[in-house]
Design a protein around this ligand. Structure first.
Ligand code: C2E
Ligand code: CA
Ligand code: CA
Ligand code: CA
Length: 279
């Protein structure tokens, strides 16, 4: 294949070269982002549908790039996964989120749960359970107040290894949920085997509500199934009052979305909780 080099070189249009260069630059930047304190977390409230109370938050990472401004995780998390940088970044996210959750837990009577996204690479990392344990011990956060969000893809990968890791995490006492439910390779079989506590209905199903009758049917079916399995259901991407009313009617437990609160800096969440606790 070596003698094809010249021909291949011609295929690289200048715009592709630019793309590759900016990708490499982004990677170099991402390596430095952690030590330069360019990453930060926003927190999006999760509301108990019947009571309207904030019962949880999801941590969502952002990158304040020195030249490019704020970069979305949809852009840099895949790069972090590819390069393995997700492991140290994920560890930082976990520790920062646990520390924040601990300080909110100290504020009031009903502490909010902290949901953290785990990518497939992190889930496969041998040190994961140790990293989780250390984050909990260092911050003094009760394990039940930490929720780890896994995707269907992560769980389907390697049944045996997955089982062992899930057992260890369950042993620690953290709360496990499945993110983006319904978009991956859902298997009713693994829901039974893996003993997760909650399903998050992907926002693509919620976005067409209340008009879209197919999405409505899927949403109702997921809620019924989850409740049959004694799992809680979180609807994500709730953007309107009509959607919230419909979800309440269907018996959805928790809701998250712009209508209920955008991903926000910690100070904003502190104010919301103060209000809720009437402090
Ligand atoms: P996700 O876990 O599914 O998170 C929900 C995404 O939906 C977030 O995007 C959130 O800002 C957005 N969202 C919330 N409410 C609404 C709404 O009402 N409408 C719409 N259209 N969108 C809404 P974000 O923050 O850009 O994060 C994108 C993805 O990046 C996340 O999707 C997650 O997969 C990944 N991610 C974010 N933070 C982390 C992290 O710390 N670690 C890992 N491994 N992945 C992360
Ligand atoms: Ca998530
Ligand atoms: Ca999601
Ligand atoms: Ca997602």
């Amino acid at each position: 294949a070596k003698n094809c080099g010249k021909n291949n070189a011609k295929l690289y249009s200048s715009s592709l070269t630019m793309q590759i260069m900016s990708h490499v630059k982004l990677e170099v930047g991402l390596r430095r982002a952690l030590q330069n304190h360019e990453l930060y977390l926003l927190y999006q409230p999760q509301i108990d549908v019947p009571s309207g109370q904030i019962v949880g938050v999801e941590a969502l990472v952002r990158w304040r790039h020195p030249e490019r401004g704020i970069i979305s995780p949809t852009e840099f998390i895949p790069l972090a996964e590819e390069t393995g940088l997700i492991v140290p970044i994920g560890e930082w996210v976990l520790r920062t989120a646990c520390a924040q959750a601990r300080s909110w837990a100290d504020m009031g009577p009903q502490p909010v749960r902290m949901a953290v996204n785990l990518s497939a690479k992190q889930f496969k990392d041998d040190n994961l359970t140790q990293v989780v344990l250390t984050a909990l011990q260092e911050t003094g956060l009760a394990p039940g107040l930490l929720e780890l969000e896994l995707t269907e893809g992560t769980l389907m990968d390697d049944a045996r290894a997955t089982m062992i890791t899930l057992d260890q995490l369950r042993g620690i006492g953290v709360y496990l949920s499945i993110d983006d439910f319904g978009t991956g390779y859902s298997s009713m079989n693994y829901l039974k085997r893996f003993d997760v506590r909650a399903l998050k209905i992907d926002k693509s199903f919620i976005s067409g509500l209340p008009q879209d009758s197919e999405n409505a049917a899927i949403t109702r079916a997921i809620i019924a199934m989850a409740h049959g399995l004694k799992m809680a259901v979180v609807a994500e991407g709730v953007e309107t009052d009509e959607q919230l009313v419909m979800l309440e009617h269907y018996g959805c437990d928790l809701a998250q979305g712009y209508y209920l609160g955008h991903p926000s800096p910690p100070e904003s969440i502190t104010l919301m909780l103060r209000n809720q606790y009437a402090l």
